[in-house]
Design a protein around this ligand. Structure first.
Ligand code: P6P
Length: 336
């Protein structure tokens, strides 16, 4: 009767996070408050994205809406909402956003113990054609005795205390890990609540899907070229993998998490560090993949072991099913 219990004993994200907090008696509930404010930001963005086509929220800044107000691009609007939600939680200290060149140091009266790195609306170039987009975030705890500086967010992803994303698609799905597995919640618009719909997500050990922008094939290095060739023309008599590439990281990663397979944005001759950003794309997705039993690899080492030098650093990334990542690792390590 688990399904019935899920229907009548609503496990909201707030209740789930409070349950997680109760496992740490010394916890002061700060992370719970912070996560609740992130959830509020996601609800706002979900509502704005779903109306984008109607309320002319899409398109370039500089448009004016019916009130004649300067129309903000959806990703700028989302960024403002998240920054305000994070600061008003009173639990944050250093913020890094994809939209801001410099880190935001929260004013002293509102400072707390957490640093949040986030992409408020990843894949926003896809808004105008209705493709799923998302918010991605990672949460660090301030280093012991630190007053909150750039150093607090130039830490390996392995030191994150939580990470997650919210996907704005056919439904609004919030996927979260606080270090004890991965859980998925779906927004019930009639309640305005995220309800637990995907408890304890585990990625399939091996998948039948590879996800990469084949348009970059001309510039790939040999191991990537070989891996993709094997996916299409397997030598071991197995059937070829399917290619699925949406071009919106949250959507491609969410499918990989649920169905299995590999998502990759490799290095290539044009972009030796690939395209995706370490702090607020690679780290959170890698954190989730490991928590769900998968792997995340840069082509040189474990993705969560990267020590970022700058807040907008990029890294190549191969993430997904445990066995699929082993395959690409073997190709790279065996040097062919
Ligand atoms: P490409 C979207 O612009 C994004 O940052 C990610 O969401 C996505 O995975 C990637 O870039 C797509 O990049 O070069 O394949 O269009």
């Amino acid at each position: 009767h688990a399904a019935d219990a899920m229907r009548t004993d609503l496990m909201t994200i707030t209740r789930h996070v409070l349950n997680e907090q109760s496992k740490f008696p010394e916890a002061r509930g700060d992370l719970t408050i912070l996560l609740n404010n992130i959830v509020l930001g996601c609800k706002f963005v979900c509502s704005s994205v779903s109306k984008a086509g109607l309320a002319k929220l899409i398109g370039l800044a500089g448009d004016t809406n019916v009130q004649g107000e300067e129309q903000k691009k959806l990703d700028v609007l989302s960024n403002d909402v998240f920054i305000n939600a994070l600061i008003s939680s009173g639990r944050t200290n250093v913020l890094v956003s994809e939209e801001n060149e410099e880190p935001i140091i929260v004013e002293a009266s509102k400072r707390g113990r957490y640093c949040v790195v986030f992409d408020p609306l990843d894949g926003s170039s896809n808004i105008d054609c209705g493709v799923s987009i998302g918010t991605i975030f990672g949460i660090y705890m301030l280093k012991e005795g630190s007053a909150g500086t750039l150093e607090d967010v130039l830490q390996p992803g392995s030191t994150m205390v939580a990470a997650g994303y919210c996907m704005y698609g056919s439904s609004c799905t919030f996927v979260l890990s606080t270090g004890a597995g991965v859980n998925g919640f779906t927004l019930d618009p009639s309640l305005g609540e995220f309800i637990l719909t995907h408890p304890d997500i585990k990625i399939p050990k091996k998948g039948k899907i590879y996800s990469v922008n084949e348009g970059n094939a001309k510039n790939w290095d040999k191991p990537t070229t070989l891996y993709v060739a094997n996916a299409k023309f397997p030598k071991d008599g197995t059937s070829p993998k399917s290619l699925r590439y949406i071009g919106s990281m949250v959507a491609d990663v969410h499918r990989t998490l649920l169905y299995g397979g590999i998502f990759m944005y490799p290095a290539d001759k044009k972009s030796p560090n690939g395209k995706l950003r370490v702090l607020y794309e690679v780290f959170p997705m890698s954190f989730l993949m490991e928590q769900a039993g998968g792997q995340a690899f840069t082509g040189k080492g474990r993705a969560l072991d990267i020590v970022p030098k700058k807040i907008h650093d990029r890294s190549p990334i191969f993430l997904g099913s445990y066995d699929d990542i082993e395959d690409i690792k073997n190709l790279i390590i065996n040097g062919h």
